[in-house]
Design a protein around this ligand. Structure first.
Ligand code: GRF
Length: 192
């Protein structure tokens, strides 16, 4: 990934659309001495995203863009370039980024997905895993390319599906693992 610039921390932005529990875990990780990242900005496509509260709590700059067209994406690109951002972490971000956007930050965008990719790309992953009577599901952190949930896998964590699991109970157990997996994936991605 060749992102490490001397001993300086990598200027990182986190994109969110919802609750932001992964964002919170990344902020906590960024505050550790051993962490290679520093979170400079939080971006959302939804001004109502609950996770935006962490911008206020941790005093991190926040910005809202609608991501509805290339004009809006250009504004995001300008903002990221202005702030010298070198790593983009998607964390529950519900918009698909355009090919041009991804090209602009090639190899610098990571995403977390609540399934063992390449299984269950897209939405409703827990429901699909339970319906198919899978023994395991889990979560994956991967590089983002121009195809949905298809970039190179960085790391994964398996979670056993219990007999009485509902999508909600399974999501809850997987989310706990996501919070550990994303920081570990960042460290690994930087060494690739
Ligand atoms: C996570 O399960 C993530 O993998 C998925 O959306 C959920 C976001 O949760 N893409 P949160 O907003 O980080 O709490």
């Amino acid at each position: 990934m060749a992102l490490l610039t001397g001993s300086k921390k990598i200027k990182t932005v986190v994109f969110i659309s919802g609750t932001g529990s992964n964002l919170k875990s990344l902020i906590k990780f960024s505050k550790l001495k051993k962490s290679p990242i520093s979170i400079k900005m939080i971006i959302s496509n939804d001004y109502k995203a609950k996770g935006l509260q962490y911008a206020n709590i941790y005093k991190i700059k926040k910005k809202i863009f609608n991501f509805k067209n290339t004009f809006s994406e250009k504004k995001v690109i300008n903002e990221l370039e202005k702030s010298d951002i070198n790593l983009i972490c998607l964390a529950g971000f519900m918009k698909i980024l355009s090919k041009d956007f991804v090209k602009n930050f090639k190899g610098k965008i990571l995403n977390i997905h609540p399934s063992l990719l390449p299984k269950y790309k897209g939405l409703n992953t827990h429901e699909r895993a339970i319906r198919n009577k899978d023994k395991y599901s889990g979560c994956t952190v991967h590089f983002v390319n121009s195809r949905l949930d298809s970039g190179k896998i960085i790391n994964q964590k398996k979670v056993r599906i219990k007999r009485l699991d509902t999508p909600k109970t399974l999501a809850k157990r997987i989310l706990i693992q996501e919070h550990k997996l994303y920081p570990a994936a960042i460290i690994k991605a930087l060494s690739l």
